[in-house]
Design a protein. Structure first.
Length: 182
C-alpha cells in the first residue's frame, strides 16, 4: 500500500486528507474506501501472485492498483462511466496497465474470464449475487460487505461445486451496489 500514492486517486482539494484513515469522495456520489478497509479486504482474499481476481466497483482505481502491486491478474468492473474513465486515466498515469477494466454491471460479473480465485466487492449488497458465486473457482473466496444500512464484511469460500462457507469480520458502511450502468 505504501507504493500506491492515494492522493492521486481522490478529488482535487482533498489532497491533505489522502492519508487519513477515512473514506473520501471520488465523484459520481461514490467514495474511495479508507486505507484500513482496503487492506483488510485485500488480506481477506488470501490470494497469491498470478491469481485471477475480479473487482466489482473499480471506482477511481485505488483498490485495483493495490491488487496489481500484489502481482495479481486483475479484472475490474465499474458501472459509472465517469469513474470508469477516471480509473483508466489514474492507473495509466501511474503505469498500471495490466488490469483489464470493464464498463458494465457488476451483478453480471465477467463469466467470459471466469473462474476467479477471488472476487472483491467494493460496495455493499444485501446478498452475494448468484452470478458471482458461479464465477468463483473451488477454493476461491468472495469478500463482500453484506447488509443494507450497515454491512458485515463477509468472506464466502467455495469448498466444492455446490458448497459455500461464510465467515464474518465486523461491521462497515459502504455505498450500495447498484445494477445497470450510468
Amino acid at each position: 500500500m505504501e507504493r500506491v500514492p492515494r492522493h492521486l486517486f481522490i478529488e482535487k482539494g482533498l489532497d491533505h486528507l489522502a492519508y487519513l484513515d477515512r473514506a473520501l469522495p471520488i465523484g459520481a456520489n461514490q467514495t474511495i474506501s479508507q486505507p484500513y478497509t482496503v487492506a483488510m479486504q485485500t488480506q481477506l482474499l488470501s490470494l497469491s501472485k498470478w491469481d485471477l481476481v475480479l473487482e466489482i466497483g473499480t471506482g477511481c482505481g485505488y483498490q485495483t492498483a493495490i491488487l496489481l502491486e500484489l502481482g495479481l491478474k486483475v479484472f475490474s468492473i465499474e458501472r459509472q462511466r465517469e469513474l470508469y474513465h477516471a480509473a483508466i486515466k489514474n492507473l495509466t498515469v501511474l503505469g498500471y496497465t495490466s488490469a483489464l477494466l470493464h464498463y458494465g454491471d457488476g451483478f453480471e460479473g465477467l463469466p467470459q474470464f471466469a473462474p476467479f480465485n477471488g472476487i472483491l466487492l467494493t460496495c455493499g449488497t444485501s446478498q452475494v449475487p448468484q452470478n458471482l458465486l458461479k464465477q468463483l473457482t473451488t477454493g476461491g473466496r468472495i469478500v463482500a460487505p453484506i447488509g443494507v444500512e450497515v454491512q458485515t464484511m463477509t468472506v464466502v469460500e467455495r469448498t466444492d461445486e455446490e458448497t459455500f462457507v461464510e465467515q464474518s469480520f465486523g461491521d462497515y458502511c459502504f455505498v450500495p451496489m447498484l445494477s445497470g450502468t450510468q
